[in-house]
Each structure stands twice: as structure tokens, then as C-alpha cells.
Design a protein around this ligand. Sequence first.
Ligand code: AQP
Length: 352
Amino acid sequence: MSNKTAAAEPEKTHTEQQEKPQGAPRKKRILSGIQSTGVPHIGNYLGAMRHWVAEQDMYDNIFCVVDLHAITVPQHQNPKELHANTRNMVAMLLAIGLDPEKAPVFVQSHISAHAELAWMLGCVSSLGWLNRMHQFKSKAGEDRENATAGLYTYPVLMAADILLYDTNLVPVGDDQRQHIELTRDIVLRFNEHFGKTFVLPEALIREHGARIMSLTDPERKMSKSEPDGAISMLDTPTQIKKKYARAVTDSQTSIVFDLERKGLYNLLSIYQSFTDKSAAEIEEHFAGKGYKELKSELTDLTVAVFEPFQRKYNEYIGDKATLEHLIAAAADKVRPRADATLKRAQKAMGLG
Ligand code: AQP
């Protein structure tokens, strides 16, 4: 490694300087992604997606459906299903209100720079760093020998996703915290060794809803790959009602935020995320009431939020030409930025 020292917060990159309009403060750039591994659930929505929509005027936004990440597990290596899931995920992101003009939603595999930069970053990442990643451990499970190499290097690809766009902030759920830390380690090492090349990003993780747990096992994170414990954004009102009704709770009766009562705490966290009320207000609202009332209100809140999304989603799914056009336009919009960063990194490393 060279003896060049990197500033903890690197100065502006060449691309940043070029893009800042004269005299106007540049909006911070945010980038986030979601895997096309099935229908998104209330965890994805409350932990990440709703913030992307609510804050799209505040930031310079880029969103991607990360299909290259989806294939890191064999269950998602069914070509037809993956292709459809990717389109469905873009349709859902548009349906919840992302405006393609302000917030392009592209498909990760359409921009080849992601895979190219990931290889380069893999060559400056230590095995020790990857060995510490919790998500690999939980997704690989007991049968680690049979987990794919892609699952192991997943965080390096995620670093490439973020760094290609000179991202300042990465709005994600709590499960991604460690991956953003790894991205920062990669930036610091790369910049120190090859000179200032990448922007140092920060995670943007919210206080409420950043870790919604499974309804059937509140010790585990709600996940697309475990649909029984998840309320999907395409569930019907009847399914939503049934899933809340069956949600694991306990034999106590008071409705209070108690971390020891994990099932109840999770339901109250969902309620809090949907209503944006304080814990004290919620406890007061449910004083003298029980699980029946809580679950019934949760059903009503969820149905009221998801029903309009489902209508819009069906419109996008029914108009394949528009959807494909928007997907292609988003890729065209972001590609020059990704290619410029890739070139900058290649030059820094002496490639080519
Ligand atoms: N349970 C959760 N609570 C809050 N936020 C969550 N996110 C995921 N699960 C929760 C956030 O949603 C965004 C997109 O996630 P992803 O699709 O990229 O991958 P994931 O974290 O692996 O999500 P899943 O639902 O668990 O999918 P599978 O089953 O395919 O692995 C991210 O910002 C994530 O933090």
C-alpha cells in the first residue's frame, strides 16, 4: 500500500465538481436498492421504501432493483421468475409514488459497471472484513459450504452500487448497517492507496421501522423469503387481517412498548411507523384496550395504505410497454455517471 493519506471525509470528486451548478448548493445524492426476490413486505416499506418517496424532493435520487444481488441465492435463479420479479419490483416502486423524473429506478444488471467495479473493489477488500458480515452468516445458515461465492461477496457488489454514483447517503433498514460500514472501509482503503477516487457515503437509518420482525417469529427479521411471517404489499385485506390475527403475542393484556414482549413490541413498532405517533400517545390510545383492537387497527391502517398502491401497481403491470420504456430511460439516465466513475477508478488503479 502507498503512503498517501486519505482525509476521513474526502474532498469533492471530479464528477461532483462538474455537476454542481454555479452558485447553487448541490442536493445530497442518495442511492438505495431492493432485491427482486419476491413481493416487498411492510418491513421493506416502513424501513426503506416509504422514505424514498417522502424525501424525493430533498435529494438527488437514484434507486435500483438489484437483480444481481437476487441471484446470490439459488432459490432466485429461476430465469423467468427473476425477470418477472424484477419488472414487478420496478412497478411497485413506481406505484408507491417514485417519480421517474426525480427518482430514476433502474435495473442493476443493465449497467455493467456494477459488476466491473465490484471485481476491482473485491481486490482491495480483506477476507477478514467479509468473514464478519452477519447477513452472510444468517443467509448461508448451517450449510455454509454450499452457499454461493456471490452471497459471500454480496457486500462488495453493494459497495460498487453505492460508489458508482458518488452517493452521499444510503437510506436503508437496520439490517444493512454493517454493509454500509464495509463500504466506508473500502473507500478509505482505496482512496488511501490509489488517491482520492470515491465519496465516503453514510447510512441513513430511521429511528422507527428500521427493523420490522417476522409476525410468526419476532426473533427474526421480516423477510421476503419467509412470506408466512410477512405482510406483503400485494396481500388482500382478508390476508392482512388473517396475518395480524395470527401474529405471535403473549398472554399479558396491557398494550405497552416493552422490549421483553417482542411480538407486541413489533406490532406497536408497525403501528408507530404507520401513524408517526409517539410511544406515549400510542400507549394512551390503547389504555384499557387489548390485542383485538390493536390488530384490528393495524389491519385498517395497512389496508388503507396498500390498497391505492395495489391499484397503481396493477396499472403498471398491465402496461408493459410503459414499464419497459421507464426502465430503459432510467438506465440511460444513470449510465454516464456510472461509466465516468468506473473510468476514474480504473485510471486510479492503473487498469487499461
Ligand atoms: N424487516 C425489515 N425491516 C425494515 N427494513 C427492512 N428491509 C428489509 N427487511 C426489513 C430493508 O428493505 C430494503 C430492501 O431490502 P432488500 O430487498 O435489498 O434485501 P433484504 O434486506 O435481504 O430484504 P428481505 O425482505 O429480507 O429479502 P430477502 O428475503 O430476499 O433477503 C433495504 O433497505 C433493507 O434494509
